[in-house]
Design a protein around this ligand. Structure first.
Ligand code: ADE
Ligand code: ZN
Ligand code: ZN
Length: 299
């Protein structure tokens, strides 16, 4: 009997912990690896010589275009790898509700625990060049590179009581994406190219086509970029997919999301993915050019 119960308990515990891990891992947090690496490679290609030299020094690689591009691409995914260990998940997004206005951005960012505030803080640290306590310049750079990309994922700048689309299930799932957030974090990108190098090369052609507009795109401050992402989320995600408008609330997990969200099953049609590819391309281009400008002005 004792043996029966302990193995029963062990199996229950195992099932519970597997279920818990599954729940945790089904909430996703930023562009998947390719998106972050692409933004970093675009930025690297648009650094001035002084900024490139400082990036090379911080990341301890030779100061060549190729080495800096590879190093910045490697650096770009670190913030996702460590966020569960140091509890910095909230630094990757900002939950602005559909009811909010642009001037509500500070209100939605308590204690600087949101992406735009962290971009400003880590950029300031890189600009000040003092040593001392706090994160190293390497960590500050890795955070800035990562978060500038994250704020260009439209679902990282919105909340409809749904954790930025993490709570809306896709039925059927699309590739690796089981929810709306994952579709935007990576599935659309995965359907555009098979490697970050390939996609970065494709996007450099887009940038060549922009001509003098590339400079204008790089303008603005972090809140401008966040608000632009927020509006894209409303116009290209929530409206066309007919996601219901929910009251202003911030569930801690999808278990606590309103039924209008939790019971929704979103069917993604092929036309939707095709229509969104240019939007994703343009967000990655903007992120890369803006990150380059930020680093050129700070380093
Ligand atoms: N968790 C809560 N809100 C989120 C968002 N907008 N993006 C990613 N993860 C989140
Ligand atoms: Zn995400
Ligand atoms: Zn992230």
């Amino acid at each position: 009997m004792r043996i029966y119960w302990s193995s029963f308990l062990a199996r229950r515990l195992l099932a519970l912990s597997v279920g818990y891990c599954f729940l945790l891992s089904s909430v996703s947090w930023g562009w998947w690896e390719t998106g972050h690496q692409v933004v970093a490679r675009i930025a690297a290609a648009h650094l001035n010589l002084a900024a490139r030299a400082r990036v090379a020094r911080i990341l301890e690689v030779p100061d060549t275009a190729e080495a800096v591009s590879d190093a910045l691409a490697r650096a770009a995914t670190w913030a996702d790898e460590i966020k569960n260990d140091n509890n910095t998940g909230s630094w990757h997004y900002i939950d602005l509700t559909i009811q909010d206005h642009k001037w509500d951005i500070p209100e939605r960012c308590k204690d600087d625990n949101c992406a735009p505030a962290r971009i400003r803080l880590f950029a300031k640290q890189l600009a000040s060049r003092h040593g001392g306590s706090g994160p190293t310049d390497g960590d500050a750079l890795r955070y800035v590179v990562h978060f500038v990309a994250d704020v260009h994922q439209p679902l990282h700048a919105i909340s409809d009581a749904d954790l930025g689309g993490n709570c809306e299930r896709l039925a059927p799932p699309l590739g690796k994406a089981k929810n709306l957030h994952a579709l935007w974090d990576g599935e659309i990108i995965d359907e555009m190219a098979s490697s970050d190098r390939e996609l970065a090369t494709m996007l450099e052609t887009d940038i060549d086509g922009l001509g003098r507009r590339a400079r204008e795109i790089a303008q603005g401050n972090v809140n401008d970029w966040v608000w632009e992402s927020h509006e894209i989320a409303i116009n290209d995600i929530y409206r066309p997919l007919r996601i219901p408008l929910e009251p202003v609330e911030f569930p801690a997990s999808c278990k606590d999301a309103p039924l209008g969200i939790a019971e929704l099953r979103v069917h993604i049609q092929p036309w939707y993915v095709e229509e969104m590819k240019p939007v994703v391309r343009s967000q990655l281009v903007k992120a890369g050019l803006r990150l380059a400008r930020l680093l050129n002005e700070t380093l």
